[in-house]
Ligand binder design. Sequence first.
Ligand code: TXA
Ligand code: MG
Length: 316
Amino acid sequence: MPQKTRHFQPEETALAVDVLRTGGLLAFATETVYGLGADARNGAAVAAIYAAKGRPAFNPLIIHVADLESGEKYGVFSDKARQLAYAFWPGPLSLVVPVRGDAGLSSLVTAGLETVAIRVPAHEGAQALLAAFDGPVAAPSANPSGGISPTRAAHVMAGLNGRIDGVLEGGDCAVGLESTILLVNDEVALLRAGGVAVEDIEAVLRGPILRPSDPETPQSPGQLASHYAPNAAVRINATTKQDGEILIGFGAVSGADISLSEMGSVSEAAANLFAVLHRADAMAAIGQTIAISPVPMMGLGLAINDRLERAAGDRS
Ligand code: TXA
Ligand code: MG
């Protein structure tokens, strides 16, 4: 974990880009709130976002890119998705679209889902950063878990100083409220109310969109239920491999078919989590159970266990 958090001025954007290139954590301003960014293709860097925030659960993250053309490298845009992008990008709108097969994103970014949330921020500093980095930046709000979203660099420093590599100065956030999130497929559904008004979206689409019963609630049960769960049954805290099981190990485990982290690192296990669950699910024959070795409740182990408990519990 980094000891000193550097405060970059806008003219030092090249140094901030180096932080992202080398797998570090960089807070940066968008017009909504400051984001805590990492290279979305680097699983260890994305896992470090969760460690720095002390987030007890894995949610899929929004990737930030400079323009629609860059976004199309990671997501599949239907005509309707493009229409929304033309109307509101750059700006405080995130679009959830199918993830491309060749996107190369860490599975921790999508939390193993088949969709990805993409945003093109309008803030000048974010635009300069993303254009120079020329890659996808995963970023939740840059505050410790449970804290208030930061709208100036001093807020980021107050919460995360010493836990991240740098913050790129970007002044005060003009919107100060998170982006509106839309799920776009045959229908358009509001997943989170935010910086773009629903009325403006409906005006562009010339019709109503679907709204959750409580649009203020980002953690609606619908969203949680959409998290990836394996098809096979899951048994957690497995200390032995039983007949007909696929065993996912953690640390030195004899008989493991696949491992979250052979060296027993919870950060590495976090980065591998969804990809390993997918692989085990593909390996499991019908009726087989996926057994998973105990993962210690330390650091990212809390979020890993939260996800595994839900995978073991969600049997519908
Ligand atoms: O304004 C914002 O959106 C800020 C700035 C930094 O861009 N970011 C932000 O990120 O608010 P975060 O992580 O706090 O919120 C992301 C939301 C979560 O509620 C997550 O569940 C949802 O986006 N999300 C991300 N990917 C998704 C997906 N594939 N499907 C459904 N929901 C998704
Ligand atoms: Mg947040």
